[in-house]
Write a protein that binds this ligand. Structure first.
Ligand code: ZN
Ligand code: ZN
Length: 732
């Protein structure tokens, strides 16, 4: 008899355990805890008979989703085996999850096998597979599935299919496929879905067809924030900063919600255009909408300010940034380097190390050019060793930066050793080495290396030609220069730019072929710029041709130079020809326009210090000693034939002229270098302008009487002074 008091029948023991395990599994899955989920799953499987209240399909699929997210193929296969023993593989839900898992673990073949065995495949299953392929960069496979779903099962793609497959078209840069999907969407009326049209315009942008994207954008009846973002980003990434910024302003004006995507694009555009005021407005806006806690946005802000040449504002953002990433440091260092603030770049780099942020190759490529600019051989060697310790010295960009740096430090031999040891050479590596030789006046070696480059099958680019042409110019290799200039277009289809023309004018002009240089300018297919006429003017001074100098100078003045250097050059040419009235006229014109000649300075590098001298300055601590040493030097070189070249200073008495020449910054720097270094030490000088005739002459003789080697880097090239001669052969 049944007792009325008997308790309710309890569920089978295994069932309780199974639902416990099930709950644990679901909880673990929700935490993305794969080991936990797997443990729960195994416990559940062993505690319950396979046929009874065992794991239901949904637990399998949540587990498979985890495997997919982690790309954990091994666990995925275990789950697959469990499903197989339970005869559940053909269930649509399970098979779809399995196919998705295999696709995400980059096993398209396995995904296909599971999928092909499904007796019934619905659109959801097809879409899962398409999305799985597309998100894993298997663009071809994704697009193939879209075709197959129609052919094999007669399933029409829907908006989900389209939105899934479109990113795959973008990854494959498959403009044709994108057009097909677009046409299909229009036929099916899917283009009215804002997410479909947005995905289509995004793909057009990523395939470089921005104008087509814009047409899609304009025709969209409804646009959301994502659509605006995609279009603005598309313009920014395709180099149309003006349109990106215009559209961004419209977006803000129309009250569309601005997100980090459009802010990043707008900052990029402001930086590219150098629009500081617009950039500041974007800055204010992003603070208002709370994006100042987004470090990617703040890094972009730093870069924007640097590109607008305001490293001070960039530094302010950088310093106030609480959580700096390595990209923050890299952006700030690169910004300093590119704005000529080499000292700041190096200081930041040291600070980065103090704060234990590990540099990467990008950091090194940003800071090495700053060290190249400072040209301190000790620091150069240090950063080289540091690159080796970071195992980044064979990174081709780092290596190239090191080669360039050593060449700029006057150590062209070390640069060549590095070049020879390179495991990989890009065209930029060759360019750096060729340029290095050229700037030191080793024109022949530069030309040889250029020929070697071509013989190894490397294709030179515009920069290579600029380097080899300027090497020819510095070494007076006129025929080679002419030959390479025509080869540039004829053999390589490269259109010469303003700099190439300027270099040829320089080459011909220095070699005294002034008429040829002039007619070369007349035949230029582009309007000659200041640099081209400037090269001509320099050549006219060298070869004392007043007529062509006036012609060149007039063209320069029409173009409105920002510096007074060309006026000074012309005045000097007149002065050499004793045309005093004209000298006065040019000087007056220069004053009227408020133009100034940048003051000359030189720096001398001692072991751990750098000393800067301005021409005529007396504020150095050891000024007395320096001037005394210089006076003694001048006497010594006069004894071996030095005659001050007072040609270019005309409005003062002779002895004052000589004194003015004697206080040129490079002479002061050399005198100080001689005081501070032991006999026999090489003296290294850097000058911000071209070295003048008199200093060049004096330095040659100083190298003779002191037995010192003096390496001088001026704005154009290097001069190695030794035993009374200079490596430039007096041709600079
Ligand atoms: Zn000088
Ligand atoms: Zn020289």
């Amino acid at each position: 008899m049944l007792c009325s008091a008997s308790p309710l029948p309890s569920p089978p023991a295994g069932g309780t355990a199974a639902s416990d395990h099930h709950a644990r599994l679901r909880a673990a899955a929700a935490r993305s805890d794969l080991p936990g989920a797997l443990a729960a799953f195994v416990a559940m499987s062993s505690s319950a008979p396979a046929s009874a209240a065992g794991p239901v399909l949904r637990t399998f699929t949540s587990l498979l989703k985890l495997c997919a997210a982690r790309s954990d193929l091994a666990t995925g296969r275990t789950v697959h085996a469990q499903l197989a023993t339970r005869g559940l593989v053909a269930e649509a839900l399970a098979a779809t999850a399995l196919a998705n898992m295999y696709a995400k673990c980059r096993r398209p073949g396995d995904a296909r096998r599971v999928f092909d065995r499904m007796p019934v495949r619905d659109r959801v299953a097809w879409n899962a597979l398409v999305a799985g392929y597309a998100r894993n960069g298997l663009a071809g496979a994704a697009m193939e599935m879209v075709v197959r779903m129609q052919e094999e099962d007669g399933e029409r793609p829907d908006s989900v299919t389209l939105v899934s497959v479109l990113p795959a078209c973008a990854d494959a840069q498959a403009l044709g496929a994108c057009r097909e999907v677009h046409a299909f969407a229009v036929r099916g009326g899917f283009d009215e879905f804002v997410n479909v049209s947005t995905a289509i315009l995004d793909v057009y942008c990523k395939c470089g067809a921005v104008e087509v994207a814009r047409a899609v954008f304009n025709q969209m009846p409804v646009k959301n924030s994502v659509s605006w973002n995609a279009m603005i980003k598309g313009y920014a990434e395709n180099g149309n900063s003006t349109e990106a910024l215009a559209l961004f302003k419209r977006m803000v004006g129309e009250g569309v919600e601005v997100t980090d995507v459009s802010i990043l694009a707008a900052l990029h555009a402001c930086g590219e255009l150098g629009f500081l005021d617009e950039g500041r407005r974007v800055h204010e806006l992003l603070v208002r909408i709370g994006l100042d806690s987004n470090v990617s946005v703040m890094n972009a802000l730093i870069t924007m300010y640097c590109k607008c040449k305001r490293t001070d504002l960039a530094a302010q953002v950088f310093d106030e940034l609480r959580y700096k990433t390595r990209i923050s440091w890299n952006s700030m260092i690169l910004g300093c380097t590119q704005n000529g603030r080499s000292d700041d770049a190096v200081r930041l780099f040291s600070r980065m190390q103090l704060e234990n942020v590990k540099p990467d190759s990008f950091t090194l490529v940003s800071v090495i050019p700053a060290l190249a600019d400072i040209s301190d051989p000790l620091q150069a060697r240090w950063i080289h060793g540091y690159s080796i310790r970071l195992h980044l010295d064979q990174d081709v960009y780092v290596l190239t930066a090191l080669i360039d740096m050593y060449a700029k430090c006057g150590r062209v031999g070390i640069a060549r050793n590095l070049f020879n040891s390179a495991r990989e050479r890009h065209v930029i590596t060759w360019n750096a080495m060729i340029h290095g030789y050229g700037s030191h006046g080793f024109g022949k070696v530069a030309v040889e290396l250029f020929e070697e480059m071509k013989s190894t099958g490397r294709v030179p680019n515009e920069t290579t030609f600029l380097s080899v042409l300027s090497a020819c110019s510095h070494a007076g290799l006129v025929d080679e220069g002419r030959k390479y200039f025509s080869s540039m277009k004829e053999d390589y289809g490269l259109e010469p730019g303003m700099e190439h023309y300027g270099t040829i004018v320089d080459l011909l002009g220095r070699a005294g072929k002034l008429d040829e240089a002039w007619s070369f300018i007349q035949k230029m297919p582009i309007d000659p710029g200041i640099s081209v006429y400037g090269a001509m003017l320099g050549a006219c001074k060298l070869h004392k041709n007043v007529e062509l100098a006036e012609e060149s100078a007039n063209r320069i003045f029409e173009l409105g130079p920002e510096e007074g250097v060309y006026h000074v050059l012309l005045a000097n040419i007149y002065a050499n020809a004793s045309m005093w009235k004209d000298v006065a006229r040019v000087r007056t014109a220069m004053e009227k326009k408020g133009l100034q000649k940048s003051p000359g300075w030189s720096i001398v590098q001692l072991k751990n210090e750098i000393h800067t001298f301005y021409s005529g300055s007396t504020n150095h601590q050891q000024a007395k000693d320096i001037y005394a040493r210089l006076a003694k030097l001048i006497d010594e070189i006069k004894a071996v034939g030095y005659v001050p070249d007072t040609d270019s200073i005309h409005d003062v008495e002779d002895d004052v002229k000589a004194q003015l020449l004697n206080t040129h910054s490079e002479k002061l720097a050399i005198a100080y270098g001689l005081i501070r270094t032991a006999p026999g030490t090489t003296i290294q000088i850097k000058k911000n302008l071209r070295v003048c005739n008199d200093c060049h002459n004096a330095t040659k003789l100083i190298s003779l009487v002191t037995g010192r080697e003096i390496i001088m880097r001026d704005i154009q090239r290097f001069h190695h002074f030794k035993d009374g001669k200079c490596s430039c052969g007096d041709y600079w």
